[in-house]
Design a protein. Sequence first.
Length: 368
Amino acid sequence: MHKFFHATKDSWISSGSNSDTTGISQRDQNFGKDQILELKKKMYNQQFDHNTRVLVQFDTDEIKNYVSESNLSTGTYSASLRLYEANGVQGLPESYTLSIHPLLEEWDEGLGKVSDDPKVTAGCSYEYRKKSQSGDVETAWSQPGGAFASSSTYTVTQSFNHESPDINADVTKLLQAHMDGALTNYGYLIKLSGSRETSSGSFEDLKFFSSDTHTIYNPKIEFKYDDHVVITGSATGSLNALDLTGATENLLYKKSFRDSYNHEETVKFRFGARSRYITKTFSTSVQTVSGSFIPEGSGSYSIVDMATGETVVPFSSFTSMSCDSTSPYFIQDMGGFYPQRVYKILVQVDHDDGQKIIYDDNFEFTVV
């Protein structure tokens, strides 16, 4: 199971000035409604000029309730922070490392944008974690640039080397600290790691989609756990094991699919499985093909966004197929999927000879 939790707020903060245009200081400027989250180090005359950082927060109570309702225990699930780069790889260094830290103070997202003229200062900025619209009430960070936990216990890093700049970092330990109450949930701060954030000689300019882009690429927690039921002979009733020797061509088809599902539903997607052709034999009775089950550990699924081709749920150890006496199936929580979009299911079957055959046969549905 892959379950998605979207950010409740996000922003970015800058220690410098908008030197390319007005030269006005950005240290007290808010960018809470920007469609892009900027994470960069700015150079001037080949020397360090200023840096930016990204702030993002999720509803820990929502995740904690989901864990409780799903009867999950610590150690049985994994959580990844996902942010998607909006500018491709142009201008990025060959290798760099980002670090993710829990924030230690509350902050306001604000309503500002980098293009605002005059600039908006209400909300969070590099200097302030809160500032009123009128500007008469302001609360500074105890540490400029955002107060965060810096110990290795509460630090997560992700290194990049000639690869996609999308953030896909395991933040399970940080999320667990929030759910256990070891830390109060004020969200996460994302920055260039260590001295790289302020050093000269390298240039980083990352741009991630924010929650205000209205795309499928907004920041999210990807929560993963193995919910499949181990397939045994007693559980599959009269179904026969699907022939995976490679000697038989198999067929997978959808059973009882609807065209659309509500985003609040938890859906059991069922599939029929059998040999494509009937073995020829002499008989005076009508021949039929019996339904089959996919043997334990041999079937998995993936879900793809049709419009973009983006893999939403990848094949993994968290997407194994289950089976009962009716048919093979898997269960998917629609929460976190974007409404008014069409998705496609792929089913992968691992054969005894090492082949991995992917079945892509109009297994489509819409979330409403």
